[in-house]
Design a protein around this ligand. Structure first.
Ligand code: ATP
Length: 232
């Protein structure tokens, strides 16, 4: 199957320090891949480079055979991004975010977005800042999915949620993945909770990829639990 995402020699340097170095990744279309690793490993940096939110200091990113989103509106249009701590714009009402999404995205699925919000029991008139952390996470996910992306990127999507909210969030995510071959790249500190969701793991530590492989083989690898990713 063709690759959804390819990075070659990707790196990011802040002053004299490399936050990410020599990253070669190939994510098959339809795969669900988790970047795991301790604080400061370089996970967010990698996700932001892939999403075109930062320019690489070295190397390249291509999405679906196209140029990086930073250089290509076509690639950008195929991408959904859920940032860490779900910064849905808290001053806005849910309905305003739906309106904004529809105005900005040609592929926007308003029926889907409205249905998801209704299923969550959230009134479109509510300000997102008044919602619980779990609800905000769900709204952020609904908005990202309503764009009908081919690649969905989530930066530690469940880190701040309680166990019930985590389970609900991951269930919705799994439903979306099962639906239409969506490719997912997410980051997490916690492998255990992702076991049922992901098929591949990429262990990142000290700014570089240490190990990569399918979940079953890597979870049996003691280095995942005791090595650079010991915070997992
Ligand atoms: P966490 O799990 O804590 O979010 P992470 O794996 O996502 O960590 P990054 O946020 O990618 O790690 O950070 C990697 C390294 O780059 C860290 O040492 C961090 O301090 C550094 N870094 C990140 N952003 C910047 C920046 N804007 N300026 C300078 N250094 C930065």
């Amino acid at each position: 199957m063709s690759a959804a995402l390819v990075t070659r020699g990707l790196g990011k340097r802040y002053r004299s320090t490399w936050a990410l170095r020599d990253c070669d990744l190939e994510v098959p279309t339809g795969a669900v891949i988790a970047l795991v690793g301790p604080n400061g490993a370089g996970k967010t940096t990698l996700l932001r480079l892939v999403a075109g939110l930062q320019r690489p200091s070295a190397g390249s990113v291509s999405l679906f055979g196209d140029l990086a989103p930073a250089q290509s509106p076509q690639a950008l249009a195929q991408l959904g991004f859920v940032a860490q701590d779900h910064p849905v714009y808290r001053r806005f009402r849910v309905s305003e975010l739906l309106h904004l999404g529809r105005s900005l995205n040609r592929t926007w699925d308003q029926d889907f977005a409205e249905r998801r919000i209704a299923e969550l029991g959230i009134s479109p008139r509510q300000r997102t800042g008044r919602l619980s952390g779990g609800q905000q996470a769900q709204v952020a996910l609904a908005l990202a999915l309503a764009k009908r992306p081919r690649l969905l990127i989530l930066d530690e999507p469940v880190a701040s949620l309680d166990p019930l909210a985590r389970r609900e969030f991951l269930q919705i995510l799994m439903g979306a993945v099962a639906g239409d071959g969506l490719t997912v790249l997410l980051s997490s500190h916690n492998v255990a909770e992702l076991e049922r969701v992901c098929d591949h793991l990429v262990v990142v530590a000290n700014g570089s990829v240490q190990l990569a492989g399918d979940v079953d083989s890597l979870l049996g690898d003691h280095r995942v639990l005791t090595g650079p990713g010991a915070a997992l």
